[in-house]
Design a protein around this ligand. Sequence first.
Ligand code: S3P
Length: 467
Amino acid sequence: MLRHATFSQCPSSNPWREPTVSHSVSQPLISRRADRLSGSITVPGDKSISHRALMFGAVAVGTTHISGLLEAGDVLNTAKAMQALGAKVEHLGPGRWNVTGVGLGGFSQPQGDLDFGNSGTGARLAMGLLASSAIHARFVGDASLQSRPMGRVTKPLEQMGVRFEASEGNRLPLVLHGAENAVPITYELPMPSAQVKSAVLIAGLNAPGVTTVIEPVPTRDHTERMLTAFGAKIDVKTEKGRRIIAVTGENELKATEISVPADPSSAAFPIVAALISQGSDITITNVMLNPTRTGLITTLIEMGGDIQILNERPAGGETVGDLRVRSSKLKAVTVPAERAPSMIDEYPILAVAASCAQGVTRMQGLEELRVKESDRLAAVEHGLHVNGVQTTSGPDWLEVTGGPAKGGGFVPTHLDHRIAMSFLVLGLVSAHPVTVDDGSVIATSFPIFLSLMNGLGAAITPAGEIK
Ligand code: S3P
């Protein structure tokens, strides 16, 4: 496979000016059995919040100060796109960035393609952000992103006056032609997607009047929260279980300070690793506990997982806490479909936890997993099978039969960071080591995954190298 994310965290080297996706050979990794994980770690900043901080800063008036930004491939591509569109993006030190915005509708014509690498969030939210600038821009990405559906975003944005020339099947590469006079709309989400919700709301920021999104099933609410912090007029109400979010357009955003908490979707990997490996006791600090993101923690506690939430406190418009996680005897559960949006990125690692639980765990409402960085339902099932775990599945559900994994399998990751990390966690408890075909994809979201996990006592190394 041909991709590798590279960047440096050194403040003086302007890491984001370097290509964050360059072509190189794939990097197979192997994970061996390792009990007794211990120690305290902080995982990197939340990816969803990091993208939004850069994007909203880029269209605000004034300079937004960001700390704790996730410096990983996906987010650095968003930083470069904002710079290419005329915002001033400065890297001050590890996690610390300043973004000086151009005002709503103020983007200038980019000189080259906007490359979003592996990131659906980067590409889809940027389509909403560019909607009302009188420019055209070509959106490109890696093979995974090029295979993902964009019609879910282009369709409502077309109703607002944006024009698109997309590749077959409404995919990338595509050219966006911004609408000089964007039209506000009311849009009911056809699928539970925070990306679609966000793209429409962001486009509405510069449309005259009120743009409304109706969510039959609530999804992560970082856009609503952060836009409010930037001074946008956002009104949220719930009617008959449906969330109705309205943004009043043509109000300039005002630059602000954003402190990015640790990403619960990254914390998910050490959490499950500690639960399933014997004698473990770890703490993960400063984890964001927004209720639209904590479905995995709820599920693992239902399964009997020993997860203590300590020191819960408000931080920058979100709640954060420290998680103490100790190894536990897990039992199978049925995860309700309505919980899916609050743990949509966590099913691969939940499936690994389920493979160590007693009984058959059933997960349902998984149709969106088919259109993530890979077809995650298929990728998870295949990875479990080659490691001796029994599964059954349907179009939108998966059952995993617990029992000690044999391991010994070679797992194709399909350019999907969460598939790579999930199966490396499985290797920690398998009788035989588990190999993933390409660990370089992990750098899109969690570049220090290996060093953090090995620091806790895991044994994950490049395949062929014995620790
Ligand atoms: C995200 C929303 C989710 C999630 C993705 C990040 C966001 O995607 O899978 O990793 O930041 O809005 P969908 O909105 O497509 O479900």
